[in-house]
Ligand binder design. Structure first.
Ligand SMILES: [Zn+2]
Length: 263
């Protein structure tokens, strides 16, 4: 029996999967991945992940949101479309949204306004939020401080900050998503921080098609590879693989509001 796994962050609507999307889902299921959160980056991809989820009921759980690197984020019509999508009730979370000062493909002011609007959508609908933050923790802290005590829940996915950033994320009540980066040899800093995340706040992810974990580094990532992330985290945390995988999967199911089929 493979360990019970959930990939809490993958982008299966991306064109990288056009040739073999259903095969990728089958491989994930064979590897013990009993569910996956299918993350959107704009309104069009939200429709796509919802369609994919409908083809794999009880496995795929779609989100709707606008990524900080997408040009769509400054478009008021996209934000209105996003609100309508969320009203359809098909989505388990708002996101991904956040701040990216590393790539800064869109102006930070636009990113921030879009983040604030999406946090409001999540709070209004009592949905969790999927947050992206790259070299922008000071800004994220300012935005989240406004909502302190408002009952915001969610995950800071693909965590890449330092010890004080981790402290802030945990104090904000958020879960911490860890993926392929923790398997990269030079990221001993992330493995050290991964030991400090309380087990009830830890989530596993791939961020497929990007950031494939060792031993697949440099190739296309896919949800089945979340098993490699679980193995590394179990080792650095000194936990049994099965126990860690199951605990993270139950955390994911509780946060995103789905049942673990096949468990
Ligand atoms: Zn992502």
């Amino acid at each position: 029996m493979p360990p019970l796994l959930v990939d809490t962050h993958c982008h299966l609507a991306w064109p990288d999967f056009d040739a073999d999307r259903d095969e990728v889902v089958r491989r994930a299921r064979d590897a013990g991945v009993v569910a996956a959160v299918l993350v959107a980056v704009d309104a069009a991809s939200a429709e796509e992940v919802a369609t994919l989820a409908a083809r794999h009921p009880d496995w795929g759980h779609p989100t709707a949101g606008i990524h900080p690197s997408e040009g769509a984020l400054a478009d008021p019509e996209q934000m209105a479309a996003l609100a309508d999508l969320l009203d359809s009730g098909r989505f388990c979370a708002v996101g991904e949204t956040g701040l990216d000062a590393f790539h800064e493909r869109t102006p930070l002011g636009d990113q921030r306004r879009a983040l604030e609007a999406q946090l409001a959508l999540a709070l209004e609908r009592d949905l969790p939020v999927v947050l992206h933050c790259r070299d922008a923790f000071a800004g994220l802290r300012e935005v989240l401080d406004v909502h302190r005590g408002a009952g915001l829940r969610g995950v800071l996915h693909c965590f890449t900050g330092d010890a004080s950033d981790l402290e802030f994320v945990l104090a904000a009540g958020l879960h911490v998503g860890l993926g392929g980066l923790v398997t990269f040899k030079p990221r001993a800093d992330l493995r050290e921080l991964a030991r400090r995340v309380p087990r009830e706040r830890l989530l596993l992810e791939t961020d497929a098609p990007w950031l494939a974990p060792v031993p697949h580094r440099g190739r296309r990532n896919e949800p089945a590879f979340v098993a490699h992330v679980a193995e590394v985290l179990a080792t650095v945390r000194g936990e049994e693989l099965e126990g860690l995988a199951e605990r993270c999967s139950r955390n994911a199911a509780a946060l995103f509001g789905f049942d673990l089929a096949g468990s």
